[in-house]
Design a binder for this molecule. Structure first.
Ligand code: LER
Ligand code: MN
Length: 274
């Protein structure tokens, strides 16, 4: 598995990003033992591709993925908005990330930007909002395919998004709408809330797993909470997962200790499963 760490311009004890400083944090990534970084930004427009590529080359790391969630949390853009022009704006927002991801050879994450269902649509899985998401995603996926960029769709817990919460929900959605090429992003923090048997959930994702976020049950680095990492890592090994596993946890007790604890814990797990 390849190990990545999240970077943003700033960190906060309430937000799951480990390193602050954007490009200035890139030299720390290799020094801390990671192979890559996952970039969280306000939009694709603020990502300086040349400067990021140069810093990554100099430090012998890759960019694992670009997060798009701030399109929703900061600008309110949703792929299922009732207003068609805003839906199109959300699609354009993600496509700009795809262009940057092609240059950086990274994946693009679809998480919070899928938006939330209005109250009237909450109790049915057969409604126009799923159709809308599928329509928006197929446009993004076809664009991403032309740019050779993988798209991963994240299962996010019910307190942040009100649909596609469990890994099972996301897998069903991808299958029902035949979104070929879209892989699942498993996040252990969300799985702890939404999914039942951890081993079975990962094992059932054998064909469709594209990316992994790791935080403990309290979103601290692994080892500070009570998530069942034994079963989780055993399942990753049993299915032969070789992709990115990323440190998306709170920067606690502080950024450096979080980065060190995360990688120590994950490398211990890797050794025990070898
Ligand atoms: C995004 O990867 C995620 O996990 C959300 O919970 C953002 O906070
Ligand atoms: Mn996540």
């Amino acid at each position: 598995m390849k190990l990545a760490i999240t970077i943003a311009n700033q960190t906060s004890p309430r937000s799951p990003v480990v390193l602050s400083g954007d490009i200035a944090a890139i030299p720390k990534v290799r020094a801390l033992g990671y192979d890559g970084c996952e970039l969280h930004s306000d939009s694709a427009d603020v990502l300086d591709v040349n400067a990021i590529s140069k810093a990554c080359r100099e430090n012998k790391i890759s960019v694992s993925a670009l997060a798009t969630g701030r399109g929703y949390t900061k600008y309110g853009l949703s792929l299922i908005d009732d207003d068609e022009s805003l839906r199109k704006q959300a699609v354009r927002f993600v496509k700009k990330y795809v262009v940057v991801a092609e240059a950086l050879r990274s994946s693009v994450i679809i998480g919070c930007i899928r938006g939330n269902l209005p109250a009237v649509a909450l109790d049915s899985k057969d409604n126009q909002y799923y159709e809308r998401l599928a329509f928006a995603m197929s446009e993004i996926v076809s664009f991403a395919h032309d740019h050779d960029v993988p798209i991963v769709l994240e299962a996010i817990n019910r307190f942040e998004n009100n649909y596609l919460n469990s890994v099972h929900d996301v897998r069903d959605f991808i299958d029902n709408y035949a979104l070929k090429g879209v892989k699942i992003l498993l996040d252990t923090f969300h799985m702890n809330i939404e999914d039942g048997d951890i081993y079975e959930t990962v094992a059932a994702s054998r064909e469709s797993l594209g990316y992994v976020h790791i935080a403990d049950s309290n979103r601290w680095p692994p080892g500070f909470g009570h998530f069942d990492f034994e079963s989780f890592f055993k399942a990753l090994y049993d299915i032969g997962y070789k992709g990115w596993v990323s440190a998306e946890c709170l920067p606690l007790p502080d950024e450096e200790q979080a980065a060190k604890q995360w990688i120590k814990y994950v490398k211990d797990m890797e050794e025990r499963n070898e």
